[in-house]
Design a protein around this ligand. Sequence first.
Ligand SMILES: Nc1ncnc2c1ncn2[C@@H]1O[C@H](COP(=O)(O)OP(=O)(O)OP(=O)(O)O)[C@@H](O)[C@H]1O
Ligand SMILES: [Mg+2]
Length: 272
Amino acid sequence: MSELPVVQFRSVTKAYASRALSHVGAKGLITSFPTYLRQGRSAKFVALRDVSFDIARGERFAVIGVNGAGKSTTLALIARVMRPTSGTIETRGHVCPLLELGAGFHPDLSGRENVTLNGVLLGMTKREVRAKTASILDFAGLGTFIDEPLRTYSAGMSARLGFAVAVHLDPDILLVDEILAVGDASFQKKCLDRINEFHKRGVTFVMVSHDSNMVRTTCDRAVLLNGGSVHMCDRADRVVDEYHRLLEQPRVAPAPTVEQKPSEGKACLTQS
Ligand SMILES: Nc1ncnc2c1ncn2[C@@H]1O[C@H](COP(=O)(O)OP(=O)(O)OP(=O)(O)O)[C@@H](O)[C@H]1O
Ligand SMILES: [Mg+2]
């Protein structure tokens, strides 16, 4: 009997409480306001619609798509930072999310102090953090900056620190949203080496990236989201090719709203 998937999305829909008028701009405000009132201010914005896919243990899996396609929403749902509106998500094992640059960091604390804070927030005991601090700082490679307040760090430096903590967490499932993109080439290589090391140990890696080359070379499989629905889920290289084909089309679908007719959600299950 084959092993159960470590991440299982079944017909997942995520509707956010109305983006209401926040995205329409000043001009749109005039035309959208009556609709907003008619809908009783309760209109929902559907970021994901009927999304199904599986991720197997040890897979390197990418979630790709244009801005607003629903990638970060997907990762946040896996991390249980939020709940789906309908459908189910099952995960097996310790999920370690690296969703936002500097999430859980305090700007006034030094890099060293933030390592302790972040490590504890992500589930390590203080004793564990202490034992791993030297190795975390070595991975981050921030030199004397490590004792400077975090607010003096560049985006890439914060990302280095966040990733350094994450790779010392002993996760079963590591989620990474775009963070690798801000590291320099040598740090990216270090991260990719560590991801491959994790892979050998059977850790599952789920990443969101706009770097097609990285997805192609690092991931086994990928799901392509378009307008909040699964457009394709297959081998990473095939999905990246399809993504580029889609981008060449005159218009890529925007994320649907609840008022629109539900699109057919295509299921994507782990190849057996
Ligand atoms: N808290 C929220 N409230 C309302 N709408 C939201 C919220 N968060 C996200 N959205 C909307 O849901 C859609 C999907 O957002 P999401 O952040 O998942 O996209 P993404 O694929 O990660 O985009 P990007 O490539 O820009 O990071 C977008 O249209 C976004 O405007
Ligand atoms: Mg995103």
